[in-house]
Design a protein around this ligand. Structure first.
Ligand code: DX5
Ligand code: ZN
Length: 224
């Protein structure tokens, strides 16, 4: 499998200095930097928290060359998701629980030039989506209840990761398995073993000094 991808979540960064916070994990003389920057969009309806929306994402796109991975925790994703792709977000994930028609949302994102991702909450089964995986570029397995950073990792969701990995490998699907929630130095290895490709980490990256060093530690553990 390709090298693991690391996507720091700016949810745990300083919201008054987002461009600087992203630059801290960006390319440098000694490090190629992170693969994606994960941007959590929350609308206070789908989840009980409010973060940022399209205008901030548009500004972030001007502030960095790192691909943005927008995680839409919003109701009515069909109304909003394509605009993020149109603006230039690399990957746009929306939640399975928020729509009756994930296929058309995914197709609209792709038509707008983005990669399409399907987010699955910890209690949501994977089975209904196994036959439509070709509609997506990423599958975002939530390993906490969406809404807040700094929560405890739920290892039981790794069963879904293993099921996905088996199907992807058997059918040679082009689908990135992403995990989000509670990923840190003490949890990333079990997620890597289960078959995750891309690791989102918020508090583990931005919760202390030297985010770049923290990314390097996570990458080393995911690669081992
Ligand atoms: C939570 C968000 C996550 C959050 C993860 O709803 O989707 O991306 O930033 O934070 P940590 O890594 O601290 O669990
Ligand atoms: Zn997220």
């Amino acid at each position: 499998r390709p090298a693991p991808m690391i996507a720091p979540s700016i949810l745990s960064a300083d919201f008054a200095n987002l461009a600087d916070e992203i630059a801290k994990v960006g390319p440098s003389d000694v490090d190629p930097g992170v693969d994606w920057v994960h941007v959590d969009v929350m609308d206070n309806h789908f989840v009980p928290n409010l973060t940022l929306g399209l205008p901030v994402v548009e500004s972030l796109l001007k502030a960095t060359d790192i691909p943005l991975d927008c995680h839409l925790m919003i109701t009515d994703p069909g109304r909003w998701a394509p605009a993020y792709a149109e603006a230039g977000a690399y990957n746009v994930s929306f939640h399975a629980e928020a729509t009756d028609d994930p296929i058309s949302v995914a197709r609209d994102i792709r038509a707008a030039g983005g990669k399409a991702g399907l987010g699955i909450k910890p209690g949501t089964a994977l089975a209904p989506y196994l036959d439509i995986l070709s509609e997506f570029d990423t599958l975002l397995i939530m390993s906490v209840e969406p809404g807040f950073g700094g929560q405890k990792f739920m290892p039981e969701v790794l069963d879904k990761v293993r099921e996905l990995r088996t199907k992807i490998d058997a059918e040679q699907l082009k689908l990135i398995v992403e995990i989000d929630g509670g990923i840190a130095t003490d949890t990333i290895e079990q997620a890597a073993e289960a078959g995750v490709d891309c690791f989102v980490a918020g508090s583990a990256v931005y919760g202390g000094d030297d985010p770049a060093a923290r990314v390097a530690s996570l990458r080393a553990l995911a690669t081992a």
